[in-house]
Design a protein around this ligand. Sequence first.
Ligand SMILES: [Zn+2]
Length: 76
Amino acid sequence: MSRKEKTQNSAARDEAGPSSAFTPRPCPICAKMSVERYRPFCSKRCADVDLQRWFTGSYAVPVVEEDRSPEDDGER
Ligand SMILES: [Zn+2]
């Protein structure tokens, strides 16, 4: 039956897509195996470290201030 085939297909797709299954991967911070709760990190500490990196990274972005003021342009 074609109906049954469709059902089987969707079931197979569900199995293929690891949306619920957790695959441990090396923590990007310390390379330990990650845990589902803090993925992709191994612990809250590593998640915090990564967060901190993000913050410091954004703060470290150089602010380019323009010395030139619009008035200088008008003088000439
Ligand atoms: Zn870690």
